[in-house]
Design a protein around this ligand. Structure first.
Ligand code: PRP
Ligand code: MG
Length: 175
């Protein structure tokens, strides 16, 4: 990751205090998506690092769809959605993960990719890491190999990187 890409990303994020709950400082990346140069820079940088090395991109509902689908297109590989419970129509594999209060469940289609597929997992933000760990578990349960985990923003103080247990994580910006 170059310093100039990190500063471009940083300039296209905005902090929204008290969203979605009081005390949370939300990192909104919609200005980055709306800027064609910044959006392309993020997608092209990621795609360049994985070209020829992955068979599928997995994106996590909802914001992981936005960058994940664009990156899959840039790489010329398929896109696989990981969705919140009850949204995928065919047979699914499920994983539960912790939220600040309670738990949530995400799902993937059982036939999403062939066993042995090299998979790039993408989301907008890693905070506690719960969402990404659950997603990586689903990919591995289906026989996929995690080629990389890519996020735009890593909230370092919440320690998500350590929860990934050595799966290779790259973030465009540490906050
Ligand atoms: C946010 C964010 C990541 C996740 C990170 O998604 O987009 O997916 O939280 O948190 P974690 O590292 O602590 O698991 P959210 O669950 O708010 O859903 P959304 O993307 O559908 O809005
Ligand atoms: Mg999310």
């Amino acid at each position: 990751m170059t310093d100039s890409l990190a500063s471009l990303v940083s300039s296209r994020l905005r902090d929204i205090p008290d969203f979605p709950a009081p005390g949370v400082l939300f990192k909104d990346f919609t200005p980055l998506l709306a800027d064609p140069r910044a959006f392309a820079a993020v997608v092209d940088d990621t795609a360049a690092r994985y070209r020829g090395r992955v068979d599928a991109v997995v994106g996590i509902e909802a914001r992981g769809f936005m960058i994940g689908a664009a990156t899959a297109y840039a790489l010329g590989v398929g896109f696989v959605p990981v969705r919140k419970q009850g949204k995928l129509p065919a047979e699914t594999e499920s994983a539960e993960y912790s939220l600040e209060y309670g738990t949530a469940t995400i799902e993937i289609h059982r036939d999403a990719f062939a066993p042995g597929a090299r998979v790039l997992v993408m989301d907008d933000v890693i905070a506690t890491g719960g969402t990404l760990v659950a997603t990586c578990d689903l990919v591995e349960r289906l026989g996929g190999k995690i080629a990389g985990v890519e996020v735009v923003v890593e909230i370092a103080s919440l320690g998500g990187r350590a929860t990934l247990g050595g799966r290779p994580l790259t973030s465009m910006l540490l906050v």
